[in-house]
Ligand binder design. Structure first.
Ligand code: CA
Ligand code: CA
Length: 217
């Protein structure tokens, strides 16, 4: 009985942590304004409130504002003012990655989905998904929409995108030109198999303790 349970736990671990490279990132989308995150996802970054615990940015300083007086309130990572587009209907702060720059959102926990609002989508916008240091997928602006022309209005270039497929813990937003605007990043973390395992072992331990007591008594 014990062996069967442990084998089951081991199989579950294998399934959860299986080779991510075999699965490619796929996406769906809907025009902005969007109702928001997918079921099971939580907003981890809206650039208005503190970044969620367990997440950090690399190559990107979310405390530096490109145009502090700009009602659009975009932000960037070099301290050099530059051109940013907009996200229609969004009057909050959002990220703008400028040409030749990138911003990487890292998570301490493995993620199984991510969704994000993108405005004025361009063909030089890219999103890279990494499992630790392994690149498991890159989605280009040309793949995200059939007309990636940076238009500030309209449903083709201003959408919320939902990414799934594979497991990842780092997502890089890259721009080959000005600019890449996004906001309201939401993620779903992979349930922790370690916790499930601990619960399982706890139950097994209780069961064997009871058996031993029964024998003694
Ligand atoms: Ca915002
Ligand atoms: Ca843009």
């Amino acid at each position: 009985m014990l062996k069967t349970k442990l084998a089951g736990a081991a199989l579950a671990l294998t399934l959860i942590s299986g080779p991510a490279q075999a699965i490619s990132i796929v996406f769906s989308s809907e025009a902005l304004p969007s109702p928001g995150p997918a079921i099971g996802e939580t907003i981890v970054e809206d650039f208005d409130s503190p970044l969620a615990a367990g997440y950090s940015w690399a190559g990107f300083n979310r405390t530096l504002w490109s145009n502090p007086g700009n009602p659009l309130g975009n932000l960037f990572d070099t301290g050099v003012p530059n051109y940013a587009g907009n996200i229609p209907g969004n009057t909050t702060r959002f990220a703008s990655v400028f040409g030749g720059q990138s911003a990487s959102l890292q998570s301490l926990k493995m993620l199984q989905s991510l969704s994000v609002d993108i405005g004025s989508l361009d063909d030089y916008n890219f999103i890279d998904f990494y499992n630790d240091d392994t690149l498991i997928g890159t989605i280009t602006g040309s793949e995200l929409t059939s007309s990636p022309n940076g238009a500030w209005t309209g449903p083709d270039t201003n959408r919320r995108f939902f990414f799934v497929g594979g497991l990842f813990n780092k997502v890089t937003f890259r721009a080959g030109g000005n600019s890449f605007e996004f906001d309201n990043i939401a993620t779903a973390e992979v349930p922790e198999p370690a916790m499930l395992g601990l619960f399982g072992l706890g139950f097994i331990g209780l069961a064997s303790l009871r058996r031993r007591r029964e024998r003694v008594g």
